[in-house]
Design a binder for this molecule. Structure first.
Ligand SMILES: *[C@@H]1O[C@H](CO)[C@@H](O)[C@H](O)[C@H]1NC(C)=O
Ligand SMILES: *[C@@H]1O[C@H](CO)[C@@H](O)[C@H](O)[C@H]1NC(C)=O
Ligand SMILES: *[C@@H]1O[C@H](CO)[C@@H](O)[C@H](O)[C@H]1NC(C)=O
Length: 351
């Protein structure tokens, strides 16, 4: 475990330097040297407020957050929306009569990279909506990115308040979706809103590394009216314990996910959103799931009384822990084969 983690740290340093040279956006290269990372990790697990107080005067990742709007009319070139600048919204293709999907990437990612790019394409193909991609400085050593969650979430929360209170966007039209650290950013941003509860936040394999069990510092069921979580790399890069209203565990929710081969965790960690993306563009329920207390009971066909579907069309009244199988390559959805044959009679109730 420790060795694997060292490898990941090494990879992240590598990315941090590469990104530093290319974009000059993150201050990571010099910044890391100024940090007592070990101490920081310990504090992140126990007392995040002190970390923020201590670090934000040196480096505030929230200052680098960008909000990029994509619509069907501007599907390839984004329009940047600025917090506090109403003109930037009025002059853009943003249409408040449509649904707004807000997408937050995780560690070592950017809006032009796979998660944000592919989910945005799927949404715009499937529905005429606004997609706002949130970009934040994630090309840093993991601990720095982890520490950034609170401050990026605060910025996103301010932006959401701005959309709702000043641009007149109906909060009921907003859906937040985040991968990895982005899932925690989405959750914390949602819960920080005053007098507003968002209808839905979706977390794709929320990060498990250096997260305490305190719900105020991570995504949690109290962050929105409906919080759905997909776990695919539990006990490793992802958080294993159930933390939403509904928690889906494809193939048991653990690495290594089918088809990933030799996997340090990245493939399994990203599988969470690849499964979901399929459900955006398909009308078929590709991922049926059965409510069950354990994966072994699920496997033996003992849990058939409560079947629901995972993904964009999830039932917002679903509650609890659900298991399912997936394929090992795209398309991953198996339809009724995603639950044991004993449960197929029940599956007919899902359309
Ligand atoms: C607001 O955004 C527009 C672009 O959308 C820009 O032209 C303008 O300068 C911005 N205003 C301020 C005060 O930053
Ligand atoms: C939230 O509601 C309370 C009580 O109704 C009110 O005093 C406060 O101003 C509201 N805050 C915002 C940001 O609307
Ligand atoms: C399983 O799904 C297939 C394809 O959608 C369908 O033809 C078949 O009837 C289903 N089987 C059962 C037992 O529901």
């Amino acid at each position: 475990m420790l060795e694997l983690f060292s490898v990941l740290l090494f990879i992240s340093h590598h990315f941090a330097y590469a990104e530093y040279n290319e974009l000059a956006l993150d201050t990571s290269a010099e910044f890391i040297e100024d940090f007592y990372l070990k101490d920081l990790r310990r504090q992140l697990m126990t007392d995040e407020d002190t970390v923020l107080e201590r670090c934000l005067s040196i480096y505030d990742p929230g200052e680098w957050v960008q909000f990029m709007l994509y619509t069907r009319e501007s599907a390839t070139v984004y329009e940047e929306l600025f917090l506090g600048n109403l003109t930037s919204i009025e002059d853009s293709k943003f249409d408040k009569t449509k649904e707004t999907k807000i997408v937050v990437h995780g560690w070592l990612s950017k809006v032009h990279m796979r998660f944000t790019r592919d989910i945005r394409k799927a949404f715009l193909e499937a529905k005429d909506c606004n997609v706002i991609s949130v970009d934040w400085p994630s090309m840093t050593e993991y601990t720095i990115a982890r520490f950034s969650v609170g401050s990026v979430a605060a910025k996103l929360s301010q932006f959401l308040s701005f959309l709702i209170n000043e641009a007149g966007v109906d909060p009921q039209s907003i859906h937040l979706l985040g991968h990895s650290l982005g899932a925690h950013i989405s959750g914390i941003a949602g819960r920080s809103l005053q007098n507003v509860t968002l209808p839905r936040i979706t977390g794709f394999d929320p990060s498990g590394v250096f997260f305490s069990s305190k719900p105020e510092y991570r995504i949690d069921a109290s962050d929105a009216d409906f919080v759905d979580i997909i776990h695919t790399c539990g006990h490793w890069l992802g958080y294993y314990d159930p933390i939403g209203h509904v928690d889906f565990y494809p193939n048991g929710g653990l690495p290594i996910q089918p088809g990933c081969g030799f996997d340090l965790g990245y493939c399994s960690h990203c599988r969470s959103y690849l499964l979901y993306i399929e459900t955006i563009t398909s009308d078929e329920p590709g991922f049926l799931a059965a409510k069950c207390d354990s994966n072994s009971d699920f496997n033996s066909g003992k849990c058939c009384s409560d079947i629901t579907q995972m993904g964009e069309n999830a039932d917002r009244k679903a509650r609890g822990i659900y298991f399912l199988y997936t394929g090992d390559q795209s398309p991953y959805g198996l339809g009724n084969q995603s639950i044991p044959a004993q449960c197929w009679d029940q599956a007919d109730t899902i359309s």
